[in-house]
Design a protein around this ligand. Sequence first.
Ligand code: 13P
Length: 338
Amino acid sequence: MNLNILHETAVAMVAPGKGLLAADESTGTIKKRFDKIGVENTEANRQIYRDLLFTTAGFEQHTSGVILYEETLFQKSLAGQPFPQLLASKGVIPGIKVDEGAKPLPAGGPDETVTEGLDGLRERLQKYKAAGARFAKWRAVISIGAHTPTHTAIHVNAHALARYAALCQEAGIVPIVEPEVLMDADNTVETCERVTEWILSAVFEELFVQRVALEGMILKPNMVVSGIKCPVQAGVAEVAERTIKVLKRHVPAAVPGIAFLSGGQSDLLATAHLDAMNKIGGVPWKLTFSYGRALQAAAQKAWSGKNVDAGRKAHLHRSKMNGLAALGQWSEALEKAA
Ligand code: 13P
């Protein structure tokens, strides 16, 4: 393991004014997105759509890296260039989702999941590296309910995240460690804060136990928000303050950067929250985006399987707005001006 190379890559992933495009939807997940815009989920359409994203002129000014799904890592652009090479030629770092999804824990407890994909991962990482991937992603899912999360779910997910991260670093690949506390329930922002603290402290303990070098990883957490069905919604300033407080308590300064997931927030709120955190500042890590839905929803709608130019325009706009938010230089007026 060459920690200097891992560290350099991690630092480049959170370069000032840049963030990550999470375009790693599995075939099942992209179907849900395509269904909404009336596009059939075929390999050809997935190639056309991802080509649109990666050939958007100028997106590389705001995008440090792209998380790909395995199919896309081995797919070519419409012009015939392997996607990882196309990205690298623009200075955008190719990455790969390596987990195999959140699977139900054995019966006997509440409905919770553990993310699978460790078996054979060491060998898969070699294959992905040869194809050009320089970082990877593994997403653990923690849900909030009356009796969840349990200690079981917190522990097994933290353990698997650290196992994955250690294997990535052995292969010279920067792990994005993603423990996502879902925002789909009716919990208060205080509960989200408590659960986020719990999973983060468990994850960093496991990373220590499994000798993961913090300088060579990126954390991808949720923000501390109210559950979407909670009648009282925390405002932008409160979300920013609570998120920073929790991160300061649990994320060592050796971690180069924190790239948030959007998790179902609207495009504008995801941008506003990131901007508000960067306006507070005074933190030891870079704070940026690694958005899936909040970067792509507008582009998908504008494209709708037909209008490539409109799709690119929408993609570039959201990339630009989030790039500004990563610097704490975004404003709602800029959205309106565009
Ligand atoms: P969202 O921003 O849509 O939550 O997706 C990010 C991601 O990579 C989820 O694993």
